[in-house]
Design a protein around this ligand. Structure first.
Ligand SMILES: NC(=O)c1ccc[n+]([C@@H]2O[C@H](COP(=O)([O-])OP(=O)(O)OC[C@H]3O[C@@H](n4cnc5c(N)ncnc54)[C@H](OP(=O)(O)O)[C@@H]3O)[C@@H](O)[C@H]2O)c1
Length: 287
């Protein structure tokens, strides 16, 4: 019987650790602050940002939302640069989607690496690839790894297949799995016979954005399946994995909702608090 991984419970543990760190920072007169730049009118992005605001408020973390609808690359870049220079801001997210003609790599480059809590600056991804410490991984990629660690899934020498090669999820997850000594395959829309590639996986991570793309025929018996996909449907949020079907063959699978999503939000807050701790150390050692 497949184990349904409880992302909410993992998030709760992370949030408890974050709350303790926030309390310690506040004893030193620092309130961690996250700034979110929202530059396109998009209902699901606005919903996601509201959920971050609620989660931040519950942990006494300031969450500023900078609405820049109708802005161009120059305006978004200048706001991100101003926030990067503001000592009262510790973490910065540039929420996607972006306005037409603007891309995340270009504007993300103006986020200071130490505040880049969702890994949007190409330098952060480069540091991850080079194994250079000091950059944050995109929170969703970090959430996948946190779940695997929490569930004590061995990775060294095992086969991992990542479906999806985006800069925010697929590529960083693959780099993080590689750093844990997994043998990693990245597949995408041009991969022929996706099912047989996926069936090689001991650990299958799916980040595509197509409801129920992955079924039982894609999963080796006993594999662990992490579903990153979030697809709004008439029946609510649905993942990329047909959990009911896959549960018949996998050892463990994450549900949607309640899997990767809550862990991602918890890690955004945790990385913001870590950024505040590091900034405090840089400004005033001994605080
Ligand atoms: N839970 C969370 O916290 C969280 C956070 C971020 C994203 N997400 C969700 O994760 C999903 C992926 O997000 P993303 O930003 O990575 O999306 P994306 O930038 O659109 O990338 C999707 C990837 O899937 C690949 N793909 C598309 N169709 C495919 C197919 N039929 N077979 C195999 N691969 C296929 C694409 O391949 P090509 O490169 O060849 O086009 C691309 O690499 C979305 O549902 C998104 O909402 C969830």
């Amino acid at each position: 019987m497949s184990h349904l991984i409880d992302g909410k419970a993992i998030a709760k543990e992370l949030n408890a650790e974050t709350a303790a760190q926030v309390a310690s920072l506040r004893d030193g007169g620092i309130r961690p602050a996250l700034a979110v730049v929202l530059s396109a009118s998009d209902e699901s992005a606005a919903w996601y940002v509201r959920s971050i605001q609620r989660a931040a408020a519950a942990r006494n973390i300031e969450c500023q939302v900078h609405e820049l609808a109708g802005s161009d690359t120059g305006a978004i870049t200048s706001r991100l640069a101003a926030l990067s220079a503001d000592p009262a801001v510790h973490g910065i997210i540039c929420q996607t989607p972006l306005p037409a003609g603007t891309d995340l790599a270009t504007v993300g480059a103006s986020i200071a690496v130490g505040k880049d809590v969702d890994g949007a600056n190409p330098t952060s991804l480069g540091m991850l690839a080079a194994g250079v410490p000091g950059a944050f991984a995109p929170a969703t990629a970090a959430a996948v790894m946190t779940i695997l660690r929490h569930e004590i899934i061995p990775l060294g020498g095992r086969r991992a297949v990542v479906v999806g090669r985006s800069t925010v999820v697929g590529k960083p997850v693959a780099l993080l799995l590689l750093a844990e000594h997994a043998t990693v395959t990245i597949s995408h829309s041009r991969t022929p016979d996706l099912a047989s590639v996926c069936r090689e996986a001991d650990v299958l991570v799916v980040a595509v954005g197509r409801p129920h793309l992955i079924g039982a025929r894609h999963v080796r018996r006993g594999a662990v399946v992490i579903d990153v996909g979030t697809n709004p449907t008439e029946d609510g949020l649905t993942g990329d994995v047909d959990t009911n079907e896959v549960a018949g063959v996998s050892a463990a699978v994450t549900p949607v909702p309640g899997g990767v999503g809550p862990v991602t939000t918890a890690l955004l807050l945790r990385q913001t608090v870590q950024a505040a701790v590091l900034a405090r150390g840089a400004r005033a050692p001994g605080l």
